[in-house]
Design a protein around this ligand. Structure first.
Ligand code: EPU
Length: 422
C-alpha cells in the first residue's frame, strides 16, 4: 500500500506543467482500433490506465508503443480477435472498446465494466444507442456479447448527455452506412477532441446544433497524428493549490487551456482568487486569502465539472461563510467529506447530493484514506495547508488520474513524499 506523506504549511513557487487529458486519451486510444493505418498520439500522460488500455489493444491484435520521454503513443491497428479478457473490467473505460470492435468486425465480447465507488454508472444509454445502429446483445452474466452486420445509420436521442455514451456512439457511427444524428449529446471538451481525432482519421462528424452531432458514415478510416488537449481537471486542481499555497513568486500553470474550465475558474474568482489567465497559461500570484464561500452545483459541460467538485469543496473550507455544494452527476461523490472533517473542516452532507461547507477552518494533519480519484486530490491539497503531518493512504486512486502529483508539487517547494507500508 502506497501512502503520500505531507508536512503542511510550505509556500509553493514555480511552474506546474499540464499534459494531455486522461479523459480524452482514453476514448481516443480506444478509437485508434477504428483506423486502418498507423496513429501517433502526443501529449500523453504517464498513467496506469493508459498502459492498461494499450494492453487491451494488444490483446485484440494491435501493435502499440508508449515513448514516455516523448509522451507519444503509437498504435498500428489490427483486429485479429474481438474478445477481451477479464483484465478489461479493471477499468470502466474498457466499455469504449465495444464500438470499434462492432464497427469494424461486427462482433464483440467484453467483460461488463466493474462497479464504481462514486456511483452505479450504468451503460444503458450506450447499449440503447448501439441497438439503434443495428447491434443485438446476448444475455450473459459476466460478459457483454454483441453482434451486428454492417452498422446502419439512425437518429437517436440520448436520455441523458452521457460522456461515455456519446463517445461510444460517435465511434460506432463513424463507420455506419448513411447519415446518423445523435440528439442530447455531451459536449465536454474531451468529446470535441475525440471528434477532432476521428475527423483527422477521415470521419465526417460535426455538432449540427447545440445538442446534436451529425455523422456521415465513412467506408474506412486511415491513420493520423493527433495531440491530445490539456487536462482541464488537473489545471483546476493546480489552480486551487495556487490559491491556497502560492508564495511571493507565485505559481504558473502552463500548457493548459483555461477556456475549458471557465465555469470553475469563475467560482474561484468570485470567491476572491486573483489570477492572470492567458490563452495557454494561468499565473496565480501570492494571495491575501480573504476568500468568501461561493455556492456551486455540478452539471454537464459547460456547467461546473463534477471532477472538480472535491478539490473546490476543499478550497471552500478556506473561505469565510457558508457555501452549498450540489452534486448532480453522481450519487456517491462526497466520500472525501469525513476525511476532510477529520482534519478540522466543517462540512455537513445534508444528502447524497448536497453538502454545506462552513468556513473558514484551520486544518490539522491527520491520517486519511484516499477513497476515489478526485477525493484523493482534495486530501492532498488539505495536507499541503494543514498544520503538521498528513498521511494520505491508498494513493493508487490518485495515481489513476494525476501523474506523479507528489513529484510536481515537491518541485515547487512542497514537503511531500511517498512511503510504502506493508
Ligand atoms: N449514466 C446513465 N446511463 C448511461 C451512462 C451514464 O445513467 O448509460 C449516468 C451515470 O450513472 C452518471 C452520469 O450519467 O451518473 C454521468 O455519466 P457519464 O456517462 O457522463 O460519465 P462517464 O463517461 O462514465 C466520464 C469521465 C468521468 C466524469 C464523467 C462526467 C471518463 C473516462 N470518465 O465518465 O471522469 O466524471 O464523464 O463528466 O471520461 C474522473 O476522471 O474522475 C471521472 C470519474
Amino acid at each position: 500500500m502506497t501512502n503520500i506523506i505531507i508536512n503542511g504549511g510550505k509556500t509553493l513557487e514555480g511552474t506546474l506543467p499540464i499534459f494531455g487529458a486522461k479523459n480524452a486519451c482514453l476514448p481516443i486510444i480506444c478509437a485508434t482500433a477504428l483506423a486502418e493505418e498507423k496513429v501517433t498520439l502526443s501529449n500523453i500522460p504517464d498513467l496506469s490506465d493508459i498502459e492498461l488500455l494499450l494492453g487491451l489493444l494488444e490483446e485484440i491484435g494491435c501493435q502499440t508503443s508508449f515513448c514516455k520521454e516523448k509522451r507519444e503513443v503509437e498504435v498500428t491497428p489490427n483486429i485479429a480477435k474481438t474478445e477481451l479478457s477479464q483484465k478489461a473490467n479493471k477499468m470502466r473505460a474498457s466499455i469504449l472498446m465495444l464500438a470499434p470492435l462492432l464497427a469494424r468486425k461486427g462482433s464483440a465480447k467484453i467483460p461488463y465494466p466493474g462497479g464504481c465507488s462514486i456511483g452505479g454508472r450504468p451503460i444503458d444509454i450506450t447499449l440503447d444507442g448501439l441497438r439503434a445502429l443495428g447491434v443485438s446483445f446476448e444475455d450473459s452474466d459476466d460478459y457483454l456479447i454483441a453482434s451486428a452486420g454492417k452498422l446502419k445509420a439512425c437518429e437517436f436521442t440520448l436520455k441523458f448527455p452521457s460522456v461515455g455514451a456519446t463517445e461510444a456512439l460517435i465511434m460506432a457511427a463513424s463507420l455506419a452506412e448513411g447519415t446518423t444524428v445523435f440528439h442530447n449529446v455531451a459536449r465536454e471538451p474531451e468529446i470535441t477532441d475525440t471528434m477532432d481525432f476521428l475527423n483527422a482519421l477521415g470521419a465526417d462528424m460535426f455538432f449540427s446544433d447545440d445538442n446534436s452531432i451529425t455523422i456521415n458514415g465513412a467506408e474506412k478510416l486511415a491513420g493520423c497524428q493527433h495531440r491530445v488537449i490539456p487536462d482541464r481537471i488537473i489545471t483546476g486542481t493546480y489552480a486551487v493549490i495556487g490559491a491556497l499555497c502560492a508564495g511571493e513568486k507565485g505559481i504558473l500553470i502552463e500548457n493548459c487551456q483555461p477556456k475549458h474550465l471557465q465555469t470553475e475558474l469563475n467560482v474561484l474568482q468570485q470567491a476572491g482568487v486573483k489570477m492572470d489567465i492567458k490563452e495557454n497559461s494561468i499565473f496565480i500570484p501570492q494571495q491575501d486569502k480573504n476568500y468568501v464561500g461561493v455556492d456551486f452545483e455540478t452539471s454537464v459541460y459547460n456547467g461546473f465539472a463534477t471532477d472538480l467538485q472535491a478539490p473546490i469543496m476543499m478550497f471552500l473550507t478556506q473561505c469565510d461563510g457558508e457555501a452549498h455544494v450540489t452534486e448532480n452527476i453522481y450519487e456517491n461523490r462526497f466520500m472525501h467529506v469525513p476525511h476532510l472533517n477529520n482534519m478540522g473542516a466543517k462540512i455537513t452532507p445534508v444528502s447524497h447530493h448536497l453538502a454545506v461547507v462552513k468556513g473558514k477552518t484551520d486544518l490539522v494533519g491527520a491520517k486519511v484514506e484516499s477513497t476515489d480519484l478526485r477525493g484523493s486530490a482534495a486530501l492532498v491539497i488539505a495536507g499541503l495547508i494543514a498544520e503538521g503531518q498528513t498521511i494520505v493512504e491508498k494513493v493508487q486512486h490518485l495515481d489513476r488520474g494525476y501523474e506523479t502529483l507528489d513529484k510536481f508539487l515537491a518541485n515547487i517547494g512542497a514537503d511531500i513524499k511517498r512511503g510504502t507500508v506493508l
